[in-house]
Design a protein around this ligand. Structure first.
Ligand code: PEP
Length: 259
């Protein structure tokens, strides 16, 4: 039985005070679910340490949105996994489609970042997903399988088992469009099959696969009824603590309107 994850990607939003305030609210709205589901929030690098301090003892983890794979040294402007860990980060998103498209991040870098994170004891959340043009060309499975194969190149099975993959169709991110539960499940199952092909059954059964792309309180339940979807990576809706609270509750499997 895989433990589910609810992860919030706060993207490039909020300064120090607003981030700490949102962290306090997330604690209020989701704290009671922290025993049954892994809850992660990913603020900007600048706010990471403050948010980690705010959430200490709550069971809610903090993650970064990116990293650089190099060890400490002459890499102006970059932040490596050791620094993220030192600031209180336990997870790190890599290969988000915004970075792939806006910063030309390639699969090779995603792979280097994932390896560096694993080396530092941080859980990578490896994002994969097809563009609208690729979906329309019926190329979704090829694209996603290729991204997964390249992301895991040279990663040992015992390390792969603890990683997280987020299937985020690019056309669904921040657009209000989202994949149907059936479509999302088909891709998440294909991702698990790739992990089984690269490694073995136990590794495939351990890796947690999230769906991301316009997840909201009113569409999460259908997604969570699917066998290969172990949670969600949430962008816009994670900036509203009450909404995120409802999403967390649905992921934890307790449906209630109280949050
Ligand atoms: C994301 O940025 O990872 C994301 C899924 O965004 P949104 O939920 O806003 O589509």
């Amino acid at each position: 039985m895989r433990r589910r994850i609810a992860a919030g990607n706060w993207k490039m939003n909020m300064g120090l005070e607003a981030s700490a305030e949102l962290a306090r609210k997330v604690k209020d709205f989701t704290g009671s679910n922290a025993r049954s589901v892994d809850i992660v929030v990913c603020p900007t690098f600048l706010s990471l340490a403050d948010v980690a301090e705010e959430l200490e003892g709550s069971g809610i983890a903090v993650g970064a949105q990116d990293c650089y794979h190099g060890s400490q040294g002459a890499f102006t402007g970059e932040v490596n996994p050791e620094l993220i860990k030192d600031a209180g980060g336990a997870y790190c998103i890599v290969g988000h489609s915004e970075r792939r498209t806006l910063m030309q991040e390639a699969d090779k870098e995603v792979n280097l970042k994932a390896k560096a994170l694993i080396g530092a004891g941080i859980v990578p959340i490896i994002c994969v997903g097809e563009t609208l043009a690729e979906r329309q060309a019926l190329d979704t499975m090829n694209v996603v399988r290729g991204q997964v194969m390249r992301a895991y190149a040279g990663i040992a099975p015992e390390d792969a088992a603890g990683t997280v993959i987020a299937y985020e169709p690019v056309w669904a991110i921040g657009t209000g469009l989202n994949a149907t539960a059936d479509d999302a499940e088909a891709v998440c199952k294909a991702i698990r099959d790739v992990i089984r092909y690269i490694y073995d059954g136990p590794t495939a059964d351990s890796v947690r696969i999230l769906y991301g792309g316009s997840v909201k309180a009113d569409n999460i339940s259908g997604l969570m009824s699917e066998k290969d979807i172990d949670g969600a990576l949430v962008g816009g809706a994670s900036l509203k603590a009450a909404e995120f609270g409802k999403i967390v509750q649905a992921i934890a499997g307790k449906c209630s309107d109280e949050a």
